[in-house]
Design a protein around this ligand. Sequence first.
Ligand SMILES: [Zn+2]
Ligand SMILES: [Zn+2]
Length: 366
Amino acid sequence: MLLVHRPEGLYCEAGDFFVDPWRPVRRAVITHAHADHARPGHAAYLAAAPAEGVLRARLGAGIALRTLEYGETIESNGARVSLHPAGHVLGSAQVRIEHRGEVWVVSGDYKVEPDPTCVPFEPVRCHTFVTESTFGLPIYRWAPSAEVFAGVNAWWRANADAGRASVLYCYAFGKAQRILAGVDASIGPIVCHGAIEPLNRAYRAAGVALPPTRLVSEVKDRAELGRALVLAPPSAGGTTWIRRFPDPSDAFASGWMAVRGARRRRAVDRGFVLSDHADWPGLHAAVGASGAQRIFVTHGYVPVMMRWLAEQGLDAQSFETEFGGEEGAAIDDAGAAAAPGAATDGEAADVAGPAGPRADDPDGRA
Ligand SMILES: [Zn+2]
Ligand SMILES: [Zn+2]
């Protein structure tokens, strides 16, 4: 067993480090900068080089961080460790651990569809694959993102023609930048909430091309706001900040928008089904491409995924973890978290695990 569960997190004894620990430890290997995986308080961090800016933006410029290029290998005690693209957000990595001929890969969060804001998912062969299962139900099947962005653009264009702002709620890190890279910026100005703009800067500093964005305070001509696409975290809903925009149409971008109940409880005009996690076929594709015979499931719909794995003849196991929720896992069921204003940061806070979306309430895609 190259990884075991400890109170602090998943521990690699051979290499003497933790992967995405949820309590402070001496040495942490971090798959990506979402709050449930990259927590403050570790003595030393190791992450992929493209993650440096976003990690420092979120955890503080002063963290003790060593970075590796994708594919670069280091020795840690007796174990060989390398990081490989996970395609989830900027700098996201799968952790490959090799010890005495045994290979484990911890995928963190991942998606298999390419995304212009990060290096695409790269299958890594291993004996044991540790996977998430955030959207591990058969009802979750994503449309190609080009289709989703065509829908976002059409919604934005129609609002702009009517002089209405288009307020699109999305998570500040990852989703917001993917939307920026995917929309047609010729439709109108793009305004970003103050929680999103620092992450845009980190993406641009890492060489990711994003269209120009402004803070609302930088928009002098009020009429411009009526043509604007406004990106805001869910926590901005119902605040005075959001009330500055003229007669806004609002929408939410999340994988959970595939479920009608989630959209209804969010009480927004539109739901765009856009996720940075693998959908049900994507999870299966990643498991198959790993070649692994033993699979550990860490978070999401764990029993459903384990049942499917066992049906494939694989050794299906699970780790109890404290991951989950940067897509707001419980938005569907937790009444209190249902309105955009109820969630805090969205990234990790409004979570009770994906008990939420109901399999009896699928609704295709927006
Ligand atoms: Zn994540
Ligand atoms: Zn996660």
